[in-house]
Design a protein around this ligand. Sequence first.
Ligand code: SF4
Length: 246
Amino acid sequence: MINETETINKARKLLKKSADNQHRLKYYYGPEFFLNKYINEIKSMIIREYVLFIYEEARKISLKHFNNDLNESGLTPSCKKGCSFCCSFPISVLPFESLLIEQYVKDNFSNVQKKELKRNLKNTKNRVIKEVGKIQITKSYKEKYYQKDIKCPFLNESNLCSIYDVRPLSCISYLEFINSSKCQNGNISDSAAAFLDVESAIRTIVRSGIIAYCEYHKLDSKTYLDRYTGASQNDYELLPFSVDVH
Ligand code: SF4
């Protein structure tokens, strides 16, 4: 039997510990780290493939720490395969995340699946524009979006994520610890935790890698930082608008 108060307290503690650890990572993986450790990649790759490479590295590092913190907390997420309430939330995705998703779709989807996904992305985009309006990551926007029951275009007919291995950080870092049905109303419950610090740490690590690349090749880093990491919270996009399926 789950003690709700105890679980909520543990979840708050985990959130704090994870935030502290991810904060430390941001400082450890500065531009000098990339210039020292990944100089061969910096030298030989074009920037698009290099961004994908450092994002995958940053994702591994950051998620390893996050999973350690989660294991040590003794908490077990109540999120289960087939539960997909949070897949009707508006999901933010950063430009470098969409590179990874695009690559995954290219490598793993059949032509029929790609066609279907393209249709889903288009339909979802049209529904969002028509029924919810301009994207703003605010509480009322999220509620309005959820009420429209617009499912993520990557959710398949069995209620499973078709890009699970490369799903966006906003999907990975959202966990509920008491009962997944609490997500049913579209709100983040007291016993859920959105580990936004994971997303922010990975974004900072990717930024450091891009700065190192630009330093080496004598390029203006601002252009590439804007293009690949987004300059501010406003540059976050929702899934249907960012992923280009070829
Ligand atoms: S990407 Fe996957 S986990 Fe994330 S909202 Fe879509 S279907 Fe759900």
